[in-house]
Design a protein around this ligand. Structure first.
Ligand code: RFL
Ligand code: PHB
Length: 389
């Protein structure tokens, strides 16, 4: 089989790239290790920047997002029993949109299917060959049969645990990593959200986040130990702990119900450089991870897709390699800013066993500065709504 762009991974990065390319008549084949239902079963991001919304519009898949997504003009930050608001629209002129990654992915799958796009599910043993030459190819097995896909470019959109990044020789690859000594325990429940805007809470007992998917679907997180497993937490224990971490008024208003999903995610900051090796281009979680505080993961994947899509278009439409040659530098410049913001916001909001009294007072001073200073709020809001591409 032959295509122009072989896309490894059918998560949001791979699907969005495939859909954008198809609007310009550029062919691709997406190779996905799991099934569509498995990918849609992963509950992840919930907050979209305007940049990603714009890409969904360009890809012709934004109708449902505009109809069902909820505009958020600001967010709330709770600490020491009090709460203040950062108004994104006042500080930056832009809101964010709450619309789940599951829905983004579902819309993209539906659009690929409607356009007759090729997606191979349940593929195994994906291997990238000759990626540092002008004639790369990919081999894989499906239903026990060996297959070969020849292409001009390979887009490595296969997430943190994928094969694409590891194909780049260690002598070329530089990895930068920071792990955090805690995770997030998240639950999804069919209950009305406790508040109409997100609440990020720094409490003596650790971080908590109140988020949502729609008027009757809430997403809540609490900071937990890395050694915890979701089975250690009954729903009742989760709700009790969440209440203890929220300001009293919100704790009293919280409507609880059975969880329909419960999972733990470790927090990690990770970047690999460069994001290009020959004809292989890494996109999204394959190249970088941010801790979820600040909701930058999916949005940073989207900016990579934007730079890669522009570069590939420039190559096919104008015979110009400038866009693909500058891909890694342009993507990384924005990635590192998202890394910095996510790291800063994570440090501001979490409690760790090794924090000294000095550290705690610095954290408190920074929260008070943010509450009282328009410049600090503007800096936070500019990053939260998303830096320009
Ligand atoms: P994905 O979503 O991991 O998709 C990669 C796909 O590649 C497939 N794959 C392979 N396919 C073929 N061969 C192989 N060898 C393969 N290996 C893997 C996988 O099955 C999968 O389908 O990466 P992608 O597309 O780059 O998308 C990245 C986002 O998923 C991620 O950044 C966000 O979910 C992060 N994130 C958030 N981001 C935001 O922008 N806003 C948020 O509010 C937000 N909240 C979150 C989050 C991530 C979380 N977790 C669980 C890590 C909240 C949480 C709890
Ligand atoms: C979510 O709704 O899953 C969510 C929202 C904001 C974050 C992280 C996750 O910072």
């Amino acid at each position: 089989m032959r295509t122009q762009v072989a896309i490894i991974g059918g998560g949001p990065s791979g699907l969005l790239l495939a859909q954008l390319l198809s609007t310009r008549g550029i062919e691709s084949v997406v190779l996905e290790r799991k099934t569509r239902d498995y990918v849609l079963g992963r509950i992840r991001a919930g907050v979209l920047e305007q940049g990603l919304v714009g890409l969904m519009e360009q890809a012709g898949v934004a109708d449902r997002l505009h109809a069902e997504g909820i505009l958020h003009d600001g967010t709330l930050i709770a600490f020491a029993g009090q709460m203040f608001r950062i108004d994104f629209v006042e500080r930056t002129g832009k809101p964010v949109i709450v619309y789940g990654q599951t829905e983004v992915t579902r819309d993209l799958y539906d659009a690929r299917q409607a356009a007759g796009g090729q997606i191979e599910f349940n593929v195994e043993s994906v291997t990238l060959w000759d990626a540092d030459t002008d004639k790369p190819h990919v081999t894989y097995t499906k239903d026990g049969q060996s297959k070969r896909l020849d292409c001009d470019f390979i887009a490595g959109c296969d997430g943190f645990h994928g094969v694409s990044r590891k194909t780049i020789p260690e002598s070329v690859r530089h990895e930068y990593e920071k792990t955090y000594p805690f995770g997030w325990l998240g639950i999804l429940s069919e209950t009305p959200p406790v508040n109409d805007e997100l609440i990020y809470a720094n409490s003596d007992r650790g971080f908590a986040l109140c988020s949502m998917r729609n008027a009757n679907l809430s997403r809540y997180y609490i900071q937990c130990a890395l050694s915890d497993s979701p089975d250690d937490w009954t729903d009742a224990a989760f709700w009790d702990e969440l209440r203890r971490r929220l300001p009293q008024a919100q704790a009293d208003r919280l409507i609880t119900g059975p969880s329909i999903e419960k999972s733990i995610a470790p927090l990690r900051s990770f970047v690999t450089e460069p994001m290009r090796w020959g004809r292989l281009f890494l996109c999204g979680d394959a190249a970088h991870i941010v801790p979820p505080t600040g909701a930058k993961g999916l949005n940073t994947a989207a900016s990579d897709v934007h730079y890669l899509y522009s570069g590939v278009r420039q190559f096919y439409e104008a015979g110009d390699t400038e866009g693909i040659d500058s891909y890694s530098d342009r993507a990384l410049a924005r990635v590192w800013k998202a890394e910095r913001f996510s790291w800063w916001f994570s440090n501001l909001m979490h409690r760790t066993p090794d924090q000294s009294q000095f550290d705690l007072r610095i954290q408190r001073a920074e929260l008070e500065f943010l509450r009282g200073n328009a410049g600090a709020q503007a800096a936070m809001a500019i990053n939260y709504v998303g830096l320009p591409y």
